[in-house]
Ligand binder design. Structure first.
Ligand SMILES: [Zn+2]
Length: 106
């Protein structure tokens, strides 16, 4: 809930009085954020703000990590940090980000 609130208030502050029709967020698979809960909260939080009625789009890029054991790059679909070689000694390179990618104003 608080994450959704901070996104909504950040956008409202940047674009006061704007009529926002669409917002696109990027939430990496390793961000520890459940996109469904963001979707669920969004309508409630957005009510009465510049984002009321806006369409929420969430991109969920997989995480990418480098295995210190075997040296390969591994794609991670969830927060289980395991290489195909069985090692958990991974250096996470991406997938933990949570960004506002685009805001479409009417
Ligand atoms: Zn490995």
């Amino acid at each position: 809930m608080s994450l959704t609130e901070s996104v909504v208030s950040a956008v409202s502050e940047k674009l006061p009085g704007a009529k926002i029709v669409r917002i696109r967020l990027e939430i990496g698979r390793l961000a520890g954020v459940v996109p469904d809960s963001v979707r669920f909260c969004f309508e409630i939080v957005a009510a009465g703000t510049e984002l009321e009625g806006a369409e929420l789009e969430i991109l969920e890029p997989p995480g990418v990590a480098h295995c210190r054991q075997c040296g390969v790059m591994v794609e991670l679909a969830d927060s289980v940090l395991l290489c195909t070689c069985g090692s958990a000694n991974l250096e996470v390179l991406s997938g933990t980000e949570m960004l506002i990618k685009e805001v479409e104003v009417a």
